[in-house]
Design a protein around this ligand. Structure first.
Ligand code: NI
Ligand code: MN
Length: 226
């Protein structure tokens, strides 16, 4: 049975079998992070939804330290390669069966700039991921607006990780509609209360979702068995 650990903001660790995957490993500078980047155990894959600093985070340093492979949209993967990482480039709509589980890259509607890319040549499309581990599907939406594309995943997701903080992404109202689109078994809110501009009440989100799906609110450091 896979499990996930929340490290605050949009930073999740997924564990299944011998595999340990990180998604959007923002530790340094993340006021909600429960551990430091150098306190993590061995990591196989580092998945990046996009290149903004609060998602790219410590990804390059962690991948280099553990010899982990960075999975990212092609242009962002090439950026990480220039920083000395082993990379696996993908793009929207494609799936890859890695040794650590099946990874599908899906649509997210957001900005594509890459922090630290002074050339501008690594600007890309941001993405979300559907990771299938031990037969369970975990959908990390990345930073995104509510999109109709989410409906393509209806009834195909066990756990949905989605932003509720508004301003840069969906707020509570649209996030609840996203849950209505996807109908996951469990919805876990993310990307809120990290900075004042994205303060949001996860209980208000849970009330809005109501009986559509089970909402699980994780404190940083909490582990959830999928
Ligand atoms: Ni972003
Ligand atoms: Mn963000």
């Amino acid at each position: 049975m896979p499990s996930l650990i929340y490290h605050g903001h949009s930073n999740f660790e997924l564990l299944g079998g011998d595999a340990r995957l990180l998604i959007d490993p923002f530790f340094t500078g993340n006021p909600k992070a429960d551990v430091a980047a150098d306190q993590l155990g061995p990591v196989n894959l580092v998945l990046l939804t996009h290149g903004h600093g609060d998602h790219l985070g410590d990804g390059v340093a962690i991948a280099r330290r553990h010899g982990a492979t960075v999975v990212a949209p092609y242009e962002l993967a090439m950026f990480c390669q220039t920083k000395g990482c082993t990379v696996h480039a993908m793009h929207i709509g494609g799936a890859w069966t890695s040794a650590a589980g099946r990874i599908k890259m899906v649509v997210a509607l957001h900005g594509g700039g890459v922090d630290g890319d002074t050339t501008g040549q690594h600007t890309t499309f941001p993405c979300g991921y559907v990771v299938t581990l031990d037969g369970k599907s975990i959908y990390h939406t990345g930073d995104t607006a509510l999109t109709q594309d989410m409906q393509l995943l209806r009834d195909r997701v066990d756990v949905m990780l989605l932003p509720i903080g508004d301003n840069y992404t969906m707020g509570i109202e649209d996030a609840a509609r996203a849950v209505e689109f996807v109908r996951p078994g469990v919805a876990i809110p993310m990307h809120y209360n990290t900075f004042e501009l994205i303060n949001a009440d996860p209980q208000a989100f849970a009330r809005r979702v109501g009986a559509l799906s089970k909402v699980v609110i994780l404190e940083p450091g909490a582990r959830y068995e999928v």
